[in-house]
Design a protein. Structure first.
Length: 95
């Protein structure tokens, strides 16, 4: 159930930018951070929505254990500052 809800949320987010209305206006790239007791990048490079969707499908969800929000946010902040195009606008979605 959790897996489906997260996949659905990612799909909804990427669908906005993948729509015909936006495709020619915005070049969107994503990085995904996973976190539980630790944190890591699930996508080491900036990727498009197809690669992001595949990464979400391949996640191993941890149902029990800690949730290290601090490390997740720290890893996310580092990911935002690494390898982005010059002048790119950056947003963080945390769930």
């Amino acid at each position: 159930m959790i897996e489906y809800q997260k996949q659905k949320a990612i799909n909804a987010l990427t669908a906005v930018f993948d729509s015909n209305n936006m495709k020619n206006k915005v070049d969107v790239r994503y990085k995904m951070v996973t976190f539980a007791t630790g944190a890591s990048l699930a996508t080491t490079n900036w990727v498009d929505s197809t690669v992001l969707g595949n990464a979400v499908k391949n996640l191993n969800y941890v149902r029990y254990g800690g949730t290290n929000y601090d490390q997740g946010l720290s890893t996310g902040a580092n990911a935002l500052s690494t390898g982005a195009r010059t002048g790119a606008r950056k947003n963080c979605h945390f769930s």
